[in-house]
Design a protein around this ligand. Sequence first.
Ligand code: HEC
Ligand code: HEC
Length: 315
Amino acid sequence: MKKFLKIVGIVIASIIGIILCLVAWVMFTDVPSYPPKSLSIQIPTDSLTLHTGKVIVEGRCAYCHLGTDNKLSGRQMAPASDPFGEYSSKNITQDKTYGIGSYTKEQLAYFLRTGINQHGKYIGPWMASVLLSDSDLGAVIAYLKSDSPLVQPSSANPQGLQPNFLLKALLKFGAFGPLKYDEKPVATPSPENTVAFGKYVATARYSCYECHSNSFETNDQYEPEKSIGYFGGGNPIPDNQFKTTLSANITMSPTTGIGKWNYDQFMRAVTTGERPDGKVLSAAMPRLHALDEQELKAIWEYLRTVPVIENKVAR
Ligand code: HEC
Ligand code: HEC
């Protein structure tokens, strides 16, 4: 009996020892770093693609990066009660010290593909995409390097995300890490192929699916249509006051989605935030006022092909 208790004691002590070592490893060693790289990239100069770059940055990046000085100087993104603690986005103006003025176009391209920044640090899943076409990626970078007032130098200095225990653990156990990018060319589907183009616009270009599927954690960044609850809504989205609204079901269910809407009602909701019943959508839904008709019509046609999900989202 005594011998048995002794063995049990040793086993328990070893388990506790191993757990303490793991905790210490998570807490006191550096988060993983990755070799920073550059990608050679074509920066488009035609006015149509440049316009797309402007719409992507002003519609999508500005949602998280617009600061109080009306430049992309960063803002607080989450309150202290967030599981990752209080954190902010960063200054992505052309300031060489506080912004991203010291990034080359090629370093930005690699960062926006993988999430690995110019110092080899993984900065999170918000910006990176392996699906954005090469010409759209080039257009985003052209805009960030342009003379738009939004990206002129600002000395605001929000600190970004400081890894707490949870984030360190996720990074170290590989649950949270850079995107795998094979460096193969990525093309924009031809707008003539309306449904394929619509899918591209609703996923890679404006990331509608990221907010409109079940949750950020279960989204599939390589094959968006494999995301749980694809376009069925219910994902809690914080606005810039941290007030959370569940994203809407935008599949074509006539009862729980937008199956009874017509194209004009859809276009109005996406560009101005006004619903057919006259209600105004929460600020958690970006106002994508600069999307052009070709893009909006293509998203609409694509959504009509997406499998219907019956998910009644509490409004
Ligand atoms: C959902 C919110 C969100 C969106 C959308 C977003 N970002 Fe960010 N971005 C962040 C946060 C948060 C950080 C800071 C992360 C950190 O410090 O770990 C950040 C950091 C960055 C950085 C800093 C890299 C560095 O080295 O410090 C760049 C560059 C950047 N974002 C560019 C973009 C671009 C370009 C877009 C649009 C294509 C974009 N972001 C869209 C939230 C967002
Ligand atoms: C940052 C997250 C986010 C992104 C990106 C986003 N949405 Fe939304 N969207 C929401 C939220 C949250 C709501 C619900 C707002 C409310 O209930 O007031 C919403 C509501 C809507 C509605 C209204 C549906 C209804 O029943 O009222 C439509 C239509 C819509 N979004 C389409 C789109 C399209 C198309 C895109 C991409 C071009 C897109 N959204 C991108 C968060 C987002």
